[in-house]
Design a protein around this ligand. Structure first.
Ligand code: BGC
Length: 760
């Protein structure tokens, strides 16, 4: 692998390792070493005081603040606020002083530094040897994790060892609830104190009224703690004396509970109980629980690559971050584009979830977890209908928001809020994807059909009949390629609109036939007249306009695309890339350069509808014009290149996604990691190199290895079984832990009992 960009982190198959202290990289490392347990998470801030540049971040999934919208030119239909998952109390704090001097890596001399995340068990370890201003040398070891087995527990062990002389060490474990978001629109503080007690603090979010409590329980051998708690700041203090080489270790157990799961008045008691139970179990036992819980997670989803150590670490990091971000235990939670690694994108939900993340969770966490993601949107259906009504749509048409946490739209750039409506199609596609992969068609009766009907109704109202063309057209949209706004007949949007209407009709027929009671209930609840509405949808589908260039044999991204100067990405001066940082916005809009997969996104989703030659022609035309300035783009192109057998291209594109954050290609990882695009990396491996697809209700593999890889092994959970696919040059082996299953390997149908091997 070409690692010219940034060879800062050590390559290791299971660990992320940093071997020196570089204050300039502090924020990047805080993102890369972030921890999460699916319901809460936080950046890898130091436990002890640090006065250098840092972005403090601790987040509780689902706890948000509606930050009043800030725009230059208000437009009707804009939302009033942008929901932000908040920076919450800093629970990890352990201040240290050595013979009266504060330990602060920005102020003392850092002699050695080592930090690692052990991805196998989600444990962050940091070791430092420092020379204090007094000249005293001390060694520090801090180990931290967010328990996966006990979702409200955070654990820290913090050791200090004087090295060259005896010293008095003061440990001050603390929780600081007086925190702010760096990205507050009006510099407001979002939290207000409810109560602070000796060992616990309870706060409430302004406006949204969420409450949370944090409590700490601490132990330190031979120490007596004194309480120094002040409003919003829980703090204990103990001094111990240690000789050279003698270690003092503080264990801190923090209970972190929110009103999502507890009555507000019970919060302090609940947080205290979590912390006390943690202390009673003890650090070592909790660590073992953590190892077991994570081993069980990895068992279903690990990917092994032999022959490319950097790619191995890259894909594990992506899987690890996804596992840390979302585990499907709570339908109110979802996958923010930056997960729990930073404030950007506000921790809220985008189409990224349906278009990119769902397949990962479906194939690694099982049907129930994947279903939670669909239920999230089902639960927000009425809000999506209200959202569409605000924009003038009626009769139960739904427009899902571009950005949301509770179902209300938060995005406020007109070209996206009102026009990037393809997101609705991704939500319909996710339902089909889920039903196709899991076989759980019953979901259509339980929620899927209602969502599909409401989406189809939206499309049926959003199109326009063109007298001139004698066709339906789709005016004024923004496709996935946000470097074009307000275009007509964006091929992808029109295609997914028609497809959504066809699928809604298919789903209605299935529910009518197989679940008549549910069908009757849905028709009554949603005033659904199947015959009349599906007839309209079918007519639109039949007479929809799709731009094509017959000579080139390609679909046209939108009307007028070929009028543009036909530049290719490779013709650009490298100094002008990314163009969004160098070109004026109008120049970008006028250019033919494409931010992210658009026509090709459609050919990826609906691959079965097109032959290989069509894919080839469109890929050859659009890929050179795509600048991939969204992290969600190269993975889609990688899958398509692999489907076309263009392995060198597939690998080149894969590299752009796999180590995007580890190697900080875009020099922006300090803001947080690209968590949703990590699911795209998984797609590039499993659907690209593994060639996994469901066709006609059967799971198919068509593996193809990039050059240099000695083997690729991945696991997927398929309808309750764990299948392990191991690909080596010339052969593929599939093993099955579970009931026998029909699969297709390279167009050969096989009944897989426990193991098969096939020559490639
Ligand atoms: C992309 C969108 C995406 C969003 C959040 C944008 O840059 O263009 O497609 O939904 O980031 O990841």
């Amino acid at each position: 692998m070409n690692r010219t960009m940034n060879e800062y982190l050590k390559i290791d198959p299971w660990k992320i390792v940093e071997e020196r202290f570089d204050a300039a990289r502090m924020k990047s490392s805080e993102s890369l070493f972030a921890l999460g347990n699916g319901v809460m998470g936080g950046r890898a801030n130091f436990e002890e005081r640090y006065t250098g540049p840092t972005l403090q971040g601790n987040y509780i999934g689902g706890v948000y603040y509606p930050d009043k919208t800030r725009v230059g030119w208000w437009k009707n239909g804009y939302p009033e606020y942008f929901a932000k998952v908040l920076n919450a109390a800093f629970w990890i704090g352990v201040d240290i002083s050595i013979d009266g001097e504060t330990l602060d890596a920005a102020q003392v001399e850092v002699l050695d530094f080592y930090r690692e995340t052990d991805m196998r068990r989600s444990v962050l370890t940091r070791r430092m040897r420092v020379r204090m201003r007094s000249g005293a040398e001390v060694a520090v070891e801090a180990v931290r994790f967010l328990s996966l087995a006990r979702r409200e527990l955070g654990v820290v062990s913090y050791s200090v060892t004087p090295l060259d002389r005896a010293a008095e060490i003061v440990f001050s474990p603390h929780i600081d609830a007086d925190v702010r978001n760096a990205d507050a629109n009006y510099d407001e503080k979002f939290w207000e104190e409810v109560a602070t007690e000796e060992d616990a603090v309870r706060s409430r979010t302004k406006k949204s009224g969420f409450e949370a409590a944090w409590a700490q329980a601490v132990t330190l051998e031979g120490a007596e703690f004194r309480c120094e708690t002040t409003p919003e700041r829980v703090r204990h203090r103990a001094a111990v004396r240690r000789g050279p080489g003698e270690r003092a270790t503080l264990y801190k157990y923090a209970g972190i509970c929110s009103s999502l799961n507890h009555a507000p008045d019970d919060l302090v008691a609940a947080a205290r109980a979590v912390a006390a139970d943690g202390r009673a179990a003890g650090f070592e036992a909790l660590l073992r629980e953590q190892e077991e819980a994570w081993a069980a997670r990895w068992h279903r989803c690990d990917i092994r690559i032999e022959g490319d150590a950097a790619a191995q670490q890259g894909i594990r990091f992506c899987i690890f971050m996804l596992l840390q971000t979302y585990t499907g235990v709570d339908t109110r939670l979802n996958i923010g584009p930056k997960g729990f690694t930073g404030e950007k994108y506000g921790g809220v939900t985008y189409w990224d979830t349906e278009a990119y993340c769902l397949p990962f969770y479906m194939a690694t966490a099982g049907r129930e977890v994947a279903r939670e993601l669909l239920v999230y949107r089902y639960n927000q259906l009425d809000k999506a209908i209200e959202n569409a009504a605000k924009l003038g749509f009626r009769d139960g048409a739904a427009l899902y928001p571009m950005v949301t946490i509770n179902g209300e739209e938060c995005h406020n750039e007109w070209e996206i809020t009102f026009e990037e409506i393809h997101r609705n199609g991704a939500i319909a596609h996710a339902i089909r994807n889920y039903v196709r992969y899991t076989g759980d068609a019953a979901y259509l009766a339980e929620g899927g059909l209602e969502v599909l009907v409401a989406i189809a109704r939206f499309w049926a109202q959003r199109i326009t009949w063109s007298e001139a063309r004698q066709r339906y057209v789709m005016l004024g949209v923004t496709g996935p390629n946000e470097y074009e706004n307000n275009v007509d007949n964006n091929w992808y949007t029109s295609y997914i609109a028609c497809w959504s209407m066809r699928y809604a009709a298919e789903a209605a027929a299935w529910v009518r036939e197989h679940r008549p009671e549910a069908y009757a209930r849905i028709c009554a609840k949603r005033a659904f007249d199947e015959a009349a509405e599906t007839a309209v949808w079918a007519d639109i589908d039949r007479r929809m306009y799709f731009g094509e260039d017959r000579e080139r044999g390609i679909f046209l991204q939108q009307d007028g695309y070929l009028d543009k100067e036909q530049l290719l990405a490779r013709d650009l001066d490298p100094a002008e890339r990314p163009i969004n940082q160098h070109w004026s916005w109008d120049r970008i809009l006028r250019s033919c350069l494409i931010k992210q997969a658009d026509v090709l996104q459609g050919l990826y989703f609906f691959g079965d509808d097109f032959d290989r030659e069509t894919l080839r022609r469109n890929f050859d035309f659009y890929e050179p014009r795509t600048v991939h300035e969204s992290s969600l783009s190269p993975c889609v192109h990688a899958v398509l290149a692999a489907r076309l057998g263009d392995m060198a291209k597939a690998y080149e594109l894969y590299l752009r996604t796999a180590r995007l954050d580890l190697d900080d290609y875009n020099r922006e990882v300090g803001e947080g990691c690209h968590v949703t695009s990590m699911a795209g990396t998984w797609l590039a491996v499993v659907e690209g190199f593994g060639g996994m697809q469901v066709r006609d209700g059967v799971l198919c593999f068509a593996p193809r290895l990039p050059e240099g890889w000695r083997s690729l092994e991945f696991r997927v959970d398929y309808r309750g079984r764990v299948l392990t696919v191991r690909v080596q040059p010339g052969r593929v082996e599939v093993t099955n832990e579970g009931a026998p299953v029909e699969i297709v390997v390279l167009d050969r149908s096989v009944r897989l009992v426990d193991r098969i091997e096939i020559a490639l």
